[in-house]
Ligand binder design. Structure first.
Ligand code: CA
Ligand code: CA
Length: 91
């Protein structure tokens, strides 16, 4: 499967240099029994970076309606201070 920020249900859109997919994590992050996909765009809003969370679904790789994306400000970090937010994932 080829996945981009222009794929159905994936937040944001493809922009030059986003580096979407720099880091990937397949893990049941929300503990609902299905594997979820977390994908990092290391240069989204260059140079901040952003994390996209694509929760697993019963019949497809991920839910096309419940995905979300967030950058450093969502977790209280000041804007333009950090680069490549989310590059190092652990699950
Ligand atoms: Ca983008
Ligand atoms: Ca899950």
């Amino acid at each position: 499967m080829f996945l981009t920020q222009d794929s159905p249900g994936v937040p944001d859109q493809v922009e030059f240099g986003d580096n979407f997919g720099l880091s990937l994590l397949a893990s049941d992050v929300n503990r609902d029994g299905r594997a979820d996909l977390t994908a990092v765009a290391g240069q989204e809003n260059d140079p901040e970076g952003a994390v996209s969370f694509l929760p697993g679904a019963s019949s497809t790789l991920y839910s096309t309606t419940a995905s979300t994306t967030f950058g450093p400000t969502r977790v209280g970090l000041p804007t333009r201070t950090y680069t490549a937010f989310g590059t190092h994932l652990a699950g």
